[in-house]
Design a protein around this ligand. Structure first.
Ligand code: NAD
Length: 410
């Protein structure tokens, strides 16, 4: 992509603490861009409306106006604060609507530790992973029917009469959900994860799945992933499947030696771990994991568990990506309990802004913000969510933003 010197970057302020964190993010990004590029580059912010602000402007029920979607389509990138999921039937979660309509099939979440952040880990500095969560399939596709509904009765009759499902009894109180996982959907996600790992000099991609139980869906994800890696990245990877084949033919030692040789030759290791074991491993041996590719539901659990190791959702950035579009967003919600109180930690959205700058290729500005964040946290200049873990009050959103700003300017 060719990035102009003054790219239009659409932003959605977001509901709840959006009013706190979104202005903070814009101020910090503007400061870093000005610091690094002077007058030569500038972000041309364009506000888009969604959520409560859209309702206020366009009328009841209009949570996601056409023109917001059209602008994101046109400009290919956007950054957004959290949006409240409207209560009441018939309205899709706005976040889900954005993901589905733009086919943002990757949810990318880098998880790294900033020294000084309170953490339950003994060696939190070992946590440095990038999660690629499949964003469009799995049980999250939202295909489910309520217990007692006529649809459930039809599905059960179909399963019993047409599909030969005899062993499982369905009590009358059954609700039913469907878990679609496709080869194409798995491959495009895993391809992105492997390409990212190669581009960023990462050591491994771990496919996290529950294929021991769900053989065709989660097991398919693993098998399609290995096959894709060996087919499309043949010269650049060494896979767990290849290792297993060597172990079978020549013994375990030969397999370990082959993997060591591959690593020494600069190859990327593609391995797989069962999801429940993975949740243990990220507590016990996080240093063994680097880029992670996984299905939608696993990715949801894993992202939050990892975020907790490095300061919680206030510190966790994210992006939703398609082949052509990228929406960067805070990973937390609207935090109604602290909304409007000036207490929110803007770091999740600011670090999402760092990802946006990297996406534009403005890596120097991204680095300036990361360094300022490192400085603040190391000096104990943090918001209440982090400070309270150490029995302290912490800074307000604006005090923390000012502290970051001072370090960027320095
Ligand atoms: P939440 O993330 O809003 O809040 C969970 C807890 O974390 C709260 O105690 C909150 O105070 C705290 N918290 C969250 N962000 C913080 C920050 N930046 N700084 C300090 N503390 C922070 O989750 P929830 O309460 O389950 O959801 C509230 C609303 O947000 C719901 O309507 C939900 O649908 C929506 N939501 C939106 C998104 C999104 O837009 N991507 C994501 C999750 C939830």
């Amino acid at each position: 992509i060719v990035v102009p010197n003054e790219p239009v970057i659409p932003f959605i302020e977001g509901d709840g603490i959006g009013v706190d964190v979104t202005p903070a993010m814009r101020q910090v990004l503007d400061a870093a861009v000005a610091k690094v590029y002077g007058a030569a580059r500038r972000i041309d912010w364009q506000e888009l409306y969604a959520g409560q602000k859209a309702v206020a402007k366009f009328g009841a029920g209009v949570y996601l106006p056409e023109e917001t979607m059209a602008a994101i389509q046109r400009y290919h990138v956007a950054i957004k604060g959290p949006l409240e999921t409207p209560v009441g039937g018939g309205i899709r979660s706005l976040n889900v609507a954005l993901r589905q309509d733009l086919d943002l099939y990757v949810c990318q979440r880098p998880v790294r530790y900033f020294a000084g952040t309170p953490s339950p880990m003994k060696r939190p500095e070992d946590v440095d992973m990038v999660i690629f969560r499949e964003n469009s399939e799995d049980i999250y596709a939202g295909i489910e029917w309520a217990a007692g509904s006529s649809e459930v009765a039809k599905v059960i009759a179909f399963l019993q009469n047409e599909m030969g499902v005899k062993k499982i009894r369905f009590p009358d109180s059954s609700a039913i959900g469907i878990k679609p996982v496709s080869q194409a959907g798995s491959e495009r996600l895993i391809r992105r994860a492997i390409a990212y790992a190669l581009q960023h000099g990462r050591k491994s991609v771990t496919l996290v799945h529950k294929g021991n139980i769900m053989k065709f869906t989660e097991g398919g994800f693993r098998d399609w992933g290995y096959a894709l890696a060996e087919r499309e990245f043949a010269d650049q990877v060494f896979t767990g499947r290849q290792k297993a084949a060597i172990a079978k033919a020549e013994g375990k030692e030969a397999a370990v030696a082959a993997e060591r040789a591959a690593l020494a030759a600069g190859k990327l290791v593609i391995k797989d771990v069962i999801a429940d074991n993975f949740l243990q491993q990220i507590l016990l041996r996080p240093q063994d994991y680097d880029v992670v590719a996984t299905l939608n539901l696993n990715g949801d659990y894993i992202s939050d568990a990892l975020a907790a190791e490095v300061g919680g959702i206030g510190m966790a950035p994210g992006a939703n990506l398609s082949d052509t579009h990228a929406i960067f967003e805070a990973t937390h919600g609207t935090a109604p309990d602290i909304a409007g109180q000036g207490k929110a930690n803007p770091s999740s959205l600011i670090l999402s802004g760092v990802m946006l700058l990297e996406h534009l290729g403005w890596t120097e500005a991204a680095q300036v913000i990361t360094a300022a964040m490192e400085g603040c946290i190391a000096a104990g200049e943090v918001t209440g969510d982090l400070a309270s873990l150490q029995g302290q009050a912490g800074l307000s959103t604006s005090e923390f933003t000012a502290a970051l700003y001072r370090r960027i300017e320095a």
